[in-house]
Design a protein around this ligand. Structure first.
Ligand code: ZN
Length: 141
């Protein structure tokens, strides 16, 4: 297995009732986005109610993992002690190709800071976490 993009010791996701299913799917390397069962609107982060139609009914739709960099930043200051050796690293907002307006906050793991571009096509790349789970990150497509 490759080295994780961010080192062990970085705080891991602590799901609540709304996003627990999302992280359970991720644990199986299955990227799914919550969507409304009644009107089909995608929503992320997961939430109990559809903001479009008010329905409480929801599904978890599998998505391709293809997307584009909507925006990004390059982090130079380690905000957690575990990140001291990781800087500089990028944080990317990825607009998924097949999930409406859903954008994931993630990283492009094979892009040096100078390589980052808005509009860059990317593809899902699962990154293992210290607790045996996976987080969705991206590679240049
Ligand atoms: Zn709806």
């Amino acid at each position: 297995m490759n080295m994780p993009y961010l080192p062990d010791g970085v705080p891991l996701p602590r799901p609540g009732p709304d996003d627990q299913p999302y992280w359970d799917f991720c644990r199986n390397r299955d990227l799914r986005i919550q969507c409304c069962s009644d009107c089909g609107t995608f929503r992320h982060p997961p939430a109990p109610v559809c903001a479009h139609c008010g329905s409480f009914a929801k599904d978890w739709a599998p998505v391709s993992g293809r997307g584009t960099v909507f925006s990004y930043t390059v982090i130079h200051h380690a905000v957690h002690p575990a990140l001291k050796q990781a800087v500089p690293y990028n944080i990317a907002i990825v607009l998924l190709d097949d999930a409406g307006d859903v954008r994931l906050v993630s990283n492009v793991i094979d892009a040096a800071p100078a390589d980052m571009r808005i509009g860059m096509p990317v593809q899902l790349a699962w990154d293992a976490t210290a607790d045996g789970g996976f987080v969705p990150r991206f590679r240049k497509a």
